[in-house]
Write a protein that binds this ligand. Structure first.
Ligand code: FES
Length: 274
């Protein structure tokens, strides 16, 4: 899912600038845009506050470990000409295994920058959100204000609170589920950028339309084969996928009931006819 474009990202961050610090607010991605909008707004506020404090910052940007864009690699590209890149983890929890992998990802990004005509930035991680100094005091200061808030507001209009829309009871037409991994490793290999190619293929291919239900998932574990696509109910795992292979592999699977041998990772190689 593409993050809404905040205005502070529109400037070409790769043009040389006097400031030499860029900041990445690093989060986990979610399924909805509201959280991304909030993180972008936080990035804007942080940039404004840093400027007001006389601490010049080249760029403050949001980035996501999984499920949303910009990915950490894309954010590092945006910040590549800073002398220092500060990554502030604003995700909960800050898992040790994920952090270890993020360090590896950064080393790979650095290796890919070796030929660039600019010095390599110094990259540091800030304190994880829940370990921030002063967080307890900050939360304590919000309590009195919070207690002055009104009771949970009544839901008004033609959206009665007693039940949810009838449409939420209906199962859409489908014969297949396509699980598309947007976990950290697949996201780092471009899975999020490929998601529109998957939905377009389903929308524009008669054999797939109304037959295939796509679903984004977290890590499915064989990350080395990513970007990973799993087609159920047949249970065939494919990878590494790219934007060009999605439509032909899926059409062949669903319409012709054939498995692409070159991209087959796991599951049956022969499919029952429709
Ligand atoms: S991140 Fe996709 S299989 Fe692990």
């Amino acid at each position: 899912m593409n993050a809404p474009s905040p205005s502070h990202l529109l400037a070409d961050a790769r043009t040389p600038a006097a400031a030499s610090l860029s900041i990445i607010l690093l989060s986990r991605g979610g399924a909805y845009t509201a959280g991304m909008t909030e993180l972008n707004e936080l990035a804007s506020r942080l940039q404004t506050a840093m400027d007001a404090a006389g601490k010049s910052v080249q760029l403050v940007t949001a980035a996501y470990v999984d499920r949303a864009q910009p990915t950490l690699m894309e954010a590092l590209d945006l910040c590549a000409n800073a002398q220092t890149i500060l990554i502030l983890p604003v995700m909960v929890p800050d898992e040790a295994s994920l952090r270890r992998w993020l360090h590896k990802l950064i080393m790979r990004w650095r290796a890919g920058q070796q030929s660039a005509q600019q010095p390599m930035p110094h990259i540091v991680f800030g304190q994880p959100l829940l370990q921030l100094q002063g967080l307890t005091e900050l939360l304590t200061r919000t309590v009195d204000d919070a207690l002055r808030q009104p009771d949970v507001p009544e839901v008004l209009g033609d959206d009665p609170w007693e039940h949810d829309p009838k449409g939420w009871s209906q199962v859409p037409d489908h014969q297949h589920h396509v699980l598309w991994c947007v976990g950290p490793r697949c996201a780092a290999k471009g899975a999020l950028q490929m998601w529109p190619a998957l939905t377009r293929a389903i929308r524009e291919t008669p054999a797939l339309k109304n037959s295939v239900q796509p679903l984004q998932t977290g890590c499915q574990f064989p990350c080395n084969h990513g970007p990973l696509m799993i087609v159920y109910p047949d249970g065939v795992w494919y990878g590494p996928m790219n934007a060009e292979s999605i439509a032909p592999v899926l059409t062949r699977h669903v319409q012709d009931r054939e498995v692409d041998e070159a991209l087959h990772v796991h599951g049956p190689r022969c499919l029952q006819p429709n």
